[in-house]
Write a protein that binds this ligand. Structure first.
Ligand SMILES: O=C(O)c1ccc(O)c(O)c1
Ligand SMILES: [Mg+2]
Length: 597
């Protein structure tokens, strides 16, 4: 279907918003009155600009406080106001005006009056070749639901008057979208789409600050789309997102993420079928970039990794133990010291995975490949992390490991880690919701609830995305504070079946583990029925403990190098989490280390 977005959804001046919207690939826009009034260009210039960009102006909005106003001269003034808006729309080349339900305290609860006034408005509009789409604001004075708005539109009975449905207003008030399917399709003039996290708060504040793109919140937006299409709606799917974060983030990237959310929504509603997700089954590797590589080699050695290969054409080393592989790229330089720059995802179908990623607008990473090297499909996640779709050691596909020549290997005695358990990536603050939607939609991972973790300087949002079988787990965090913008910590968690032995070997090999305060262990004894000797061992090694209905979790951390640190994790039984309860302790301990360094 045709795809549009309201200019209010993006940051910046109107002309820049339009450029970003067109570049992302939208077909049209809803122009917001405030954006137009603040623009230095004339309506004619904006009309030309949209035409040049290939954007249709699908709607002009909002026109407020028109219906159900008792007549003491106000309604005549309202009609004059409407005529001036029609003048402007004519110059702009827009032929659909959104009228939202009155919030004015002077409005009365009188559907007959509302219908009569909207009929008059529609009549005036029709003479100018304009149509009116009437929308129930969830906080309207008297009209707050789409079915109430529909009763008024039906009563007004004018061909130039129809409904604008907005998924936020509908779902925030708990309306059942199923009823939409019974409305006459030709009376559905416009469909606005927004999601929102489920929150108990004033609906106006919720709408103006917390709307998000479909798939980022907790509403079933696809049900609204499905019902409207079942009714016969064939107009645009138009995003209208009021959000404090997107109003500040870069318009170009937000517009791409916005369009991705519509593509995924179309798939969910059964209206389009992009290539199916190919869910990754595990981590093939994690790649670290480090100009000063010696400390990283030291840390990898202490963790029990051995250098097993060197890339045949690039300054990249392969380090392995068990099924865990780390690539150490010494070629580039990374801001703030060693950083995790790429993740290899083990996938049953690299080409299919790349096709889906491309269909959902993930930027393809250009690769320079020497002859004879394995083809590697890669895309960039919103934070720039490169994701490689790998098929390691299967005869049906060239393996990336073939590009590495065996290195003289100083194998370590005991392997500490079995495989990569999960990877945690700090997201730039304005990309957190986009990142979660990206990993879910592009890779077909499932998302956990979003959590707030306390660190000494604020709350840190965290949300994990994982494959159903737990083969791939990625924890997305957003740290408070401007200094972490784009360069927050990242970590690689290694799975072990004996974290105590693993922590001891790290120490014996000269590695240092993050010290955890004694208070934590006193509390542990109070919270869990643990053997005092076991607690002493955990205390001695700085191992954290968690337990829930699914099982036990033991974990500890290395010191941080640049942006990167490692975690050793031991999952008991079917524990699915990440030790979130301990995150505050870990964050405080890391802060303390940084300050004493
Ligand atoms: O918040 C508002 O006032 C507002 C205005 C126009 C809309 O279409 C809407 O959904 C909300
Ligand atoms: Mg709306």
């Amino acid at each position: 279907m045709r795809k549009s977005i309201a200019t209010v959804s993006l940051s910046g001046p109107l002309s820049e918003k339009l450029t970003a919207i067109a570049a992302a690939g939208f077909d049209g826009v809803e122009i917001f009155e405030n954006d137009l009034l603040a623009a230095p260009q004339s309506p004619e210039e904006l009309r030309l600009r949209c035409a040049d960009l290939g954007l249709g102006i699908d709607l002009y909005q909002p026109f407020r406080d028109f219906e159900a106003i008792p007549d003491d001269g106000l309604s005549a003034r309202n009609l004059r106001r409407a005529e001036r808006t029609f003048d402007l729309m004519e110059r702009l080349g827009a032929d659909l005006l959104l009228v939202c339900s009155s919030v004015d305290p002077r409005a009365v609860d009188d559907d007959a009056l509302a219908a009569a006034q909207l009929h008059t408005l529609a009549d005036r509009a029709q003479r100018r070749g304009i149509r009116i789409a009437y929308e129930a604001l969830a906080w309207g004075r008297h009209v707050r639901t789409y079915d109430h708005a529909w009763r008024i539109v039906e009563r007004a009975d004018h061909p130039a008057l129809g409904l604008c449905l907005d998924s936020f207003h509908l779902l925030s008030r708990g309306s059942d979208p199923k009823g939409i399917a019974d409305l006459p399709g030709e009376k559905l003039f416009f469909l606005q789409l927004a999601d929102a996290p489920l929150m108990a708060m004033d609906v106006l504040q919720w709408s103006r600050h917390h709307r998000c793109f479909p798939g980022q919140g907790g509403f079933d937006v696809a049900a609204v789309v499905g019902a409207a299409v079942a009714a016969g709606y064939r107009g645009p799917l138009s995003l209208e997102v009021f959000n404090d974060v997107f109003r500040q983030a870069g318009a170009a990237t937000t517009a791409v993420d916005a369009l991705r959310s519509l593509l995924v929504l179309e798939e969910q509603a059964g209206l389009a079928a992009p290539p199916a997700p190919v869910v990754p089954s595990g981590f093939a590797f994690a790649e670290l970039a480090a100009a000063d590589s010696e400390p990283v080699r030291g840390l990898l050695g202490a963790l029990g990794f051995a250098r097993t290969g060197r890339h045949t054409s690039k300054p990249v080393e392969l380090w392995e133990q068990g099924a865990a592989r780390i690539l150490l790229n010494t070629g580039g330089h990374s801001r703030g010291g060693p950083a995790l720059t790429a993740i290899g995802l083990e996938t049953p179908g690299p080409a299919g995975a790349a096709q889906r990623a491309e269909a959902l607008l993930a930027p393809v990473v250009p690769r320079r490949r020497a002859t004879g090297e394995a083809p590697l499909d890669a895309v960039a996640a919103p934070d720039g992390t490169e994701l490689f779709f790998c098929r390691t050691g299967h005869p049906d596909h060239p393996s990336w490991t073939g590009d590495f020549a065996p290195a003289p290997c100083e194998t370590t005695d005991t392997a500490t880690a079995l495989h990569i358990d999960h990877i945690a990536l700090t997201q730039p603050w304005h990309q957190f919701d986009e990142a979660a939607l990206f990993y879910r939609s592009v890779l077909g991972l499932g998302a956990d609830e979003s959590l707030d973790l306390a660190d000494p300087y604020g709350l840190c949002r965290s949300r994990a995305v994982a494959a159903p079988d737990g083969g791939v787990r990625i924890a997305l965090n957003v740290a408070p504070g401007p200094d972490t913008d784009g360069a927050g910590p990242q970590h690689i968690a290694l799975a072990t079946d004996d974290v105590i032995a693993a922590a001891r070997s790290v120490r014996e090999r000269g590695g240092s583990l993050l010290p955890i305060p004694a208070n934590y262990y006193d509390d542990l004894a109070a919270r869990f029925d643990l053997d005092p000797q076991r607690i002493d061992t955990l205390r001695e090694l700085g191992i954290l403990y968690d337990r829930d209905d699914s099982g036990e979790f033991l974990h500890c951390y290395t010191a941080t190098l640049g942006r990167v640190f490692f975690e050793l994790v031991q999952r008991g039984d079917g524990y699915r989490g990440y030790g979130a309860r301990n995150a505050g302790i870990r964050l405080a301990a890391q802060q303390a280390c940084q300050h004493s360094a």
